[in-house]
Design a protein around this ligand. Structure first.
Ligand code: SF4
Length: 356
């Protein structure tokens, strides 16, 4: 075990990537980076982090910013609850006497959206505490080096992994050790692993036994399901109708063309008519399918259609959350990636006047 720690730390000291959040020990910056890096690759998160820190350099600037602007800076990263939680937590921090970032593990863990992994990362990297982390990278490394059996998503195996991660921590060097574990998982211990030149090859049980393919032993993934979603294109005097989604849940607080998921016994056009009535409280005739695109949300494969609605009679005033927007207005309204792509595709179609 000692050899594993020393090989890993020595390798990390020489080979770690120069990432922007590694230039600081500011807990706020580390927190932002860790939230961005959940579910997101380093290469994708890096420009977002730099733009975010330029606009919201402190917890106070984040707390004072409007949520729409915060979500706009997150647009394209997905899993928007992360941005909403950062904003909510920043407000809570600033409401405390002194308004400083918490300095204990319990204080960090109490922040909205911060779980055991993120608290461990912030505390070890920014606060110098000996707190373990277990994420997808760490799971691959620990399962292979120590030949840990069982599905890492099962509570029992996860518990073994957290205990192992804690047992390994070199006191006073936990920040570097945790980052080294993640770095090894990101650069060498991938799926499939790149064992050539791996710094811990000599102490890796799975490698030594020729069993790297057998760890980690994830259970079979859930099957994909297919769905049709329908978004309404309602246009008036050069503007189109957007609706704000509820603050909680998938794409919470983002704007979109009014959208529903078609039920199994509904056609696309029937779903559009339902969306018109239920979401917008309007009447009108469902027109042609303008564009469609495919995207995925976890195990859901979705085909998203945009349907034009003609002769619309809308309630006055518009239902809560509905507004008219132009293309230029989209610079301030946060959109999900599928909706941003859908709007761009509709704009392309609009260049063919015969279709409108
Ligand atoms: Fe992973 Fe291979 Fe290194 Fe073992 S030797 S830690 S399996 S990359």
């Amino acid at each position: 075990m000692t050899a594993f720690i020393s090989h890993l730390l020595a390798w990390y000291a020489v080979h770690k990537r120069a990432l922007p959040w590694r230039r600081t020990h500011d807990p706020y910056a580390i927190w932002v980076s860790e939230m961005m890096l959940q579910q997101t690759q380093v290469a994708t998160a890096t420009p977002y982090f730099e733009r975010w820190m330029a606009r919201f350099p402190t917890v106070n600037t984040l707390a004072e910013a409007p949520l729409d602007e915060v979500l706009k800076h997150w647009q394209g990263l997905g899993y928007y609850a992360r941005a909403r939680n950062l904003h909510k937590a920043a407000k809570l921090i600033c409401e405390q006497p002194g308004g400083a970032f918490p300095t204990t593990y319990e204080g960090v863990l109490a922040l909205p959206g911060v779980g055991r992994y993120t608290a461990g990362a912030i505390c070890s990297i920014a606060l110098g505490l000996d707190t373990p982390i277990v994420d997808a990278n760490v799971i691959r490394v620990l399962c292979r080096v120590f030949a840990i059996p069982g599905d890492p998503k099962s509570p029992k195996t996860l518990d073994v992994l957290w205990k192992k991660a804690e047992e390994l921590l070199p006191s006073g060097q936990s920040g570097d050790f945790n980052q080294a574990l993640m770095e090894l998982g990101a650069l060498h211990c991938l799926t499939p692993p790149r064992c050539t030149n791996c710094p811990v090859q000599s102490v890796c049980t799975a490698f030594q036994q020729g069993q790297t393919e057998q760890f980690p032993a994830f259970a079979a993934k859930k099957a994909f399901t297919s769905h049709n979603d329908v978004s309404l294109w309602i246009e008036r005097e050069g503007k189109f109708l957007l609706i704000k989604r509820p603050d909680e849940g998938l794409w919470g607080g983002l704007y979109e063309l009014p959208r529903v998921t078609a039920t199994p016994d509904e056609t696309i056009e029937q779903a559009a008519a339902r969306a018109l009535e239920q979401l917008v409280g309007a009447t009108g005739s469902v027109g042609e399918r303008l564009v469609s695109l495919r995207h995925g949300v976890t195990t859901r494969k979705i085909t998203l259609y945009a349907i034009a609605v003609l002769d619309v009679r809308l309630p006055d005033p518009l239902p809560p959350g509905c507004l008219w927007a132009t293309r230029t207005d989209l610079a301030r309204y946060p959109l999900s990636s599928p909706q941003a792509k859908l709007l761009a595709a509709i704009q392309e179609r609009k260049k063919q006047p015969a279709l409108f």
